[in-house]
Ligand binder design. Structure first.
Ligand code: SAM
Length: 206
């Protein structure tokens, strides 16, 4: 494990305190531009309208970029501090506190969901609840764009948070409820010297 990964694991105080006490620009996942995998996918599919949820928006950068693309964007996070800060970035985006494991959104609210680094923070016994909420708030034929840590990332522990996944893990977990349109190997661009290895998946609700 490298020092960045070790420090993060040992000193992590919980999401709200983390956002309260740190500059978002120093966070490992901070990426000002739209995630390159999502950008490619939106361009290939010519998508630029509809209701888009940036789940676990954190710094809010992905929500801002999606709004610039033309989507109606909602950015949610479990951290009130992250949301209070994000609200100051744009008045076009609905930034609000929502726990995806107990989401208050109505059924079929969103055409698209971007999960960049949220699914992989949940423990195994929380994942079924995540899946049922994502399915519930996604529209018919809605798409989940999922970016999570890859099992090929060797600088992170095998049993820590974030959890790491293989392509087979993603396929096995999502395939009863989602059509697996893509699972590709990628990286998490951000502030670390070496970008961690990631998987980028495109999952269409069945
Ligand atoms: C690795 S960060 C990624 C932030 C952002 N998606 C990005 O890429 O810049 C994970 C985010 O998930 C949020 N989060 C954790 N548990 C959550 C939950 N149960 N519901 C909603 N958000 C959650 C955290 O507060 C944090 O902002």
């Amino acid at each position: 494990m490298n020092d960045d990964a070790k420090n993060f694991k040992e000193t992590f105080p919980g999401w709200d305190d983390y956002y309260k006490d740190n500059d978002v620009k120093s966070m490992p996942w901070y990426e000002e531009k739209l995630d390159h995998d999502l950008e490619n996918e939106l361009n290939t599919r010519s998508l630029n309208s509809g209701n888009f949820l940036d789940l676990g928006t954190g710094p809010g950068t992905q929500a801002i970029q999606l709004s610039n693309y033309g989507f109606d964007v909602t950015g949610t996070d479990i951290s009130n501090s992250a949301i209070e800060r994000a609200k100051k970035l744009s008045d076009k985006i609905d930034f609000l506190v929502d726990d995806i494991l107990d989401s208050k959104f109505p059924d079929k609210k969103f055409d698209y969901i971007f999960d960049r680094g949220v699914f992989h923070v949940f423990e195994k016994d929380q994942r079924a609840q995540y899946l049922s909420q994502i399915k519930r708030i996604l529209n018919e034929n809605g798409i989940l764009f999922l970016k999570c840590m890859s099992k090929e990332e060797k600088n992170l522990p095998d049993d820590g948070m974030p959890h790491k996944f293989s392509k087979q893990d993603i396929e096995d977990f999502f395939n009863s409820d989602f059509e697996i349109q893509k699972i590709s190997t990628s990286i998490f661009k951000g502030t670390l010297d070496e970008f961690p290895k990631a998987l980028f998946s495109v999952l269409k609700k069945k």
